[in-house]
Design a protein around this ligand. Structure first.
Ligand code: NZQ
Ligand code: ZN
Length: 388
């Protein structure tokens, strides 16, 4: 096990009706905020009204910026930075999913930066003060409600890149599972694929003697899959929604990462896909992750056999570990299919015409991605081919 520091200061306020507490919580820090949200789901389901009432009750001045798109764009981030600078705002409330939260984080990182905010996603470190942010989460998926990173797309070239700093972790996040009842089934499933991928990125490590975090990863994966199947039967099952929401947070709050180094190649490869084709990140992952697994499993057959055995109850064939490993990958694909997600590029009508371009863009700003094995352009191209 490696040495590590662990600190995650985001306060979690979890449970039914908790969004009405938002005004009281914000009042502890400020009297003025930017309220940032997406394309309208919070208005049609009544959440917007409840949030505004709670903020009004505490006399908090509210500036608004809506219109965050899935795979959030840097142009809107620049607008948000401008609003905060002109009105001396130092606190952002994100109401939505990963895209809204990430857009808020990018604004928070950009306000006190002298150059263009996109620099922070390419090669400039964040070493200036960031604004504070808080969130009301409406879709369990990205884990941005406690993470220190954000992912933004630049429309100029459709590069999708991440930036991070510990100060970008939200001050608090409100997680009410009831808010996820209005999610379309497809978005629920995409979120589930994303949280599974966050665990798998950490699970496939070269680090030895990480038994506890292995077991925590496996348990969280099993809880997610069991409750995903419950939601297949009844999407209004509060307890299943609550388990999924809690799991999405645990999957990405870095507790499963203690003492180990994660991989993250599948995420980087997927970001090329959603950057260019604007598909949901989770759907991209249900295609790319199994392809990555097929490309790398021989690197550590024992770990892949352990995954198959402990997560999918597949008997280990000691005479043929490869067979066990492949059954594990197949089971993961079957699970994604059971929750109506694509597992091939062809399922989302993507052919091979731009896979070379995506594999080149992947390493345009770095030498390689991934840690389990290093992925460069040639390897990425092979993974895209396995995903066709
Ligand atoms: O815009 P609205 O109208 O709100 O609709 C959204 C959006 O269309 C809808 N939605 C959200 N909550 C809803 C709802 N519809 C009905 N009822 C609700 N309760 O869902 C759609 C997708 O929302 P989005 O925020 O894009 O989803 P998600 O949370 O999956 O976020 C995806 C983004 O997060 C990034 C991804 O790359 C992607 O850009 N990630 C961020 C990470 C981080 N910051 O730590 C890590 C992740 O690996 C990921 O890369
Ligand atoms: Zn993700």
């Amino acid at each position: 096990m490696r040495n590590f520091n662990y600190k995650n200061g985001t306060e979690i306020i979890f449970g039914k009706n908790t969004e009405v507490l938002v005004g009281r919580e914000i009042k502890k820090y400020t009297n003025k905020i930017l309220l940032h949200y997406g394309g309208g789901s919070i208005k049609s389901n009544g959440l917007y009204e409840r949030v505004i009432t709670s903020l009004e009750n505490e006399n908090i001045e509210v500036f608004e910026l809506s219109g965050v798109k899935p795979n959030p764009r840097v142009s809107l981030v620049r607008e948000g930075i401008d609003i905060c600078r002109r009105n001396n705002i130092d606190f952002i409330l994100a109401v939505g999913g990963g895209s809204v939260i990430d857009s808020s984080k990018a604004i928070a990182a950009g306000v006190n930066y002298k150059g263009d905010v996109w620099d922070l996603f390419i090669d400039k470190p964040i070493n200036h003060p960031c604004l504070k942010i808080a969130t009301i989460l409406t879709i369990p998926a990205a884990g941005s409600e406690t993470s220190s990173s954000c992912v933004i797309t630049n429309e100029d070239g459709y590069y999708k890149r991440s930036a991070g700093h510990p100060d970008l972790r939200p001050i608090f996040s409100i997680l009410n599972p009831e808010l996820t009842f209005t999610l379309p089934k497809y978005q629920t499933s995409c979120g589930i694929a994303d949280m599974i991928a966050h665990i798998l990125e950490r699970y496939f490590t070269n680090e030895k003697n990480v038994d506890l975090t292995d077991r925590l990863c496996e348990a969280t994966l099993k809880a997610i899959m069991e409750n995903a199947l419950r939601l297949n039967l009844d999407s209004n099952d509060y307890n299943a929604r609550a388990e999924i929401m809690l799991s999405g947070m645990v999957a990405h709050n870095d507790s499963l990462n203690m003492g180990r180094i994660g991989d993250w190649a599948s995420h980087d490869i997927e970001h090329e896909l959603s950057g260019i084709y604007d598909i949901a990140h989770g759907a991209g992952l249900s295609i790319i992750f199994p392809a990555w697994m097929k490309y790398v499993y021989k690197h550590d057959l024992n770990r892949f056999a352990q995954f198959a055995n402990r997560v999918f109850n597949i008997d280990i064939n000691l005479n043929n570990l490869e067979e066990t490993a492949l059954k594990g990958i197949e089971s993961l694909e079957n699970f994604f299919t059971n929750i109506n997600l694509p597992t091939r590029l062809s399922h989302v009508n993507i052919g091979d015409d731009r896979i070379e371009e995506m594999s080149l863009k992947l390493v345009a700003h770095c030498d390689h991605v991934g840690n389990f094995i290093e992925i460069r352009q040639k390897e990425a191209l092979e993974i895209f081919k396995l995903a066709l």
